[in-house]
Design a protein. Structure first.
Length: 130
């Protein structure tokens, strides 16, 4: 049961990052680097919650690609999750470098994709009714 409470706690933290995204939608008020960081954090914490729920060990990392790979090894359906690896660089690189050269983020799309992941993890964990 301890793992399940840890998984719920991790998912709750992912939801806080997701909630923050809604108040960061205006690129004139919040830079892409900050918005992207919270996308990356919501994704990372969601995947970690899923792994904890499955009782799967994982290294201490911010690397979404590595975490999705570990999740894939469990046989979990990660098909739609691989695309979220594109936010990996916001976890480290773009915290210290400008993202300005990249052309901007589609914030609405990012929010929808994170919501899809959060809903999936919540469903798997039994935290959400179908």
């Amino acid at each position: 049961m301890k793992n399940q409470s840890n998984a719920r706690r991790m998912l709750a933290m992912a939801l806080k990052d997701f909630k923050a995204l809604h108040v960061m939608m205006d690129p004139e008020k919040v830079d892409d680097e900050i918005f992207g960081f919270h996308v990356q954090q919501a994704v990372e914490k969601s995947i970690k919650a899923w792994l904890v729920h499955l009782n799967v060990d994982f290294p201490k990392t911010h690397d979404v690609r590595a975490l999705v790979g570990i999740l894939a090894q469990t046989g979990a359906d990660v098909e739609g999750i691989w695309s979220l690896v594109e936010f990996n660089n916001f976890g480290v690189q773009f915290r210290y470098e400008s993202y300005d050269d990249q052309g901007g983020l589609d914030r609405s799309d990012a929010v929808q994709r994170v919501k899809t992941l959060l809903d999936k993890v919540a469903m798997i964990m039994g935290e959400m009714k179908q």
